[in-house]
Design a protein around this ligand. Structure first.
Ligand SMILES: NC(=O)c1ccc[n+]([C@@H]2O[C@H](COP(=O)([O-])OP(=O)(O)OC[C@H]3O[C@@H](n4cnc5c(N)ncnc54)[C@H](OP(=O)(O)O)[C@@H]3O)[C@@H](O)[C@H]2O)c1
Length: 325
């Protein structure tokens, strides 16, 4: 097998494409021949030692992938050799093969493409948890999505529309805004050129959005929180801009508004039944054609550094997917 090995987490440039012995699965594990693996923001942080999870060295990055089961260890019963599966394992995906705990592997429903499956669980799982579970977004409410052309942002536009919300997508360029409209956003705001507070006032008739989905953080958060509607819910999803916002608490009081944390990884671990139910609903929406990952580019696995560079320079529109074969 071949894999992108991280022996020294000082950045993407230290990753090396290496030939390694193909591992055999132990009891409770499976070996997956990887067909596709997607790039998520934490994959960028983890190779720089900036992510909350710090795997023992050396490790293979790549949190999310899909492929075919090639071997199963003792005691594995829910998948068998030849099954198409998706895995969310935190690491291991930027390779030709991975051995992973069977508990982290789920069989793919008929008709689920490998590239879509590799770009699905984290972005849509996070967003379902955020909008349905944490914000209780209702039909007819207004949802503002920041960083809306990115991985979780594009999922938020699509799920917002499935739930019947009016979606305002905000991003940093006209090209990104155009993509957001193509996938269903009702309105867009280019926050690199427009004043986001003025635009929100105009687009909501002064009321402000009911729910804000924020994977960006930094200096956008305070002005947007000042614009939120009465009983608004501000979803803290991530800090792609780097800065962690600090808000004056009186703003929450004045709007009867809530700051709502979203931590999908812990939700999946702590509440496995609710997580499984969310994935079942998402798979149904996918089969019905209501949601579909927006794939920016499909690149050969060997070109991982180019994919990382695209994500690091804020160019990705939707998801980058690395392909084997
Ligand atoms: N809470 C959870 O459970 C959870 C789960 C998944 C992901 N996340 C977090 O959500 C965030 C987004 O993840 P993603 O996979 O959707 O990433 P992504 O595809 O790269 O999207 C991030 C967006 O953030 C914006 N951005 C602003 N400043 C940036 C900067 N300096 N560098 C890069 N992007 C910047 C970009 O949009 P514009 O150019 O339009 O501003 C970009 O499209 C990350 O912080 C990730 O860790 C959290």
């Amino acid at each position: 097998m071949h894999a992108w090995l991280c022996e020294n987490p000082v950045g993407v440039e230290a990753l090396q494409w290496k030939e390694l012995p193909t591992p055999e699965p132990k009891a409770g594990e499976v070996r997956v021949a990887i067909r596709a693996a997607s790039l998520n923001f934490p994959d960028l942080l983890i190779v720089q030692n900036k992510y909350q999870m710090k795997p023992p060295l050396p490790f293979v990055p790549g949190s999310e992938y899909a492929g075919t089961v090639e071997a199963v260890g003792e005691g594995v019963s829910h998948v068998k050799v030849g099954d198409a599966v998706a895995a969310f394992a935190g690491t291991g995906g930027f390779a030709t093969h991975a051995v992973v705990s069977a508990a982290l592997v789920m069989p793919l429903p008929e008709g689920f493409a490998f590239d879509d499956a590799a770009a699905f669980v984290l972005t849509y799982g996070t967003t379902h948890h955020a909008l349905v579970d944490r914000a209780a977004l209702k039909a007819g409410e207004t949802l503002l999505v920041l960083g809306a052309a990115g991985g979780v942002g594009t999922a938020a536009i699509q799920i917002g529309k499935v739930l019947g919300a009016r979606v305002i997508a905000a991003a940093s360029s006209d090209e990104k805004c155009a993509l957001c409209r193509d996938i269903g956003a009702d309105e867009t705001i280019n926050y690199a050129t427009a004043n986001i507070r003025d635009e929100l006032k105009r687009l909501t008739g002064g009321k402000g959005p009911d729910v804000v989905y924020d994977p960006v953080g930094g200096d956008l958060a305070e002005p947007v929180f000042r614009s939120i509607g009465w009983r608004g819910r501000y979803l803290v999803v991530g800090f792609a801009q780097g800065g962690i916002p600090a808000l004056p608490w009186n703003l929450a009081l004045l709007k009867g508004a809530s700051i709502v944390g979203v931590f999908w990884g812990d939700f999946a671990r702590r509440e496995p039944k609710a997580h499984a139910a969310a994935l079942t609903e998402l798979a149904k929406w996918y089969a019905e054609g209501k949601i579909k990952p927006v794939i920016d580019q499909r690149l050969p696995m060997r070109e991982l550094p180019a994919a990382y560079a695209r994500m690091g320079s804020r160019q990705v529109r939707g998801k980058l997917v690395m392909i084997n074969g």
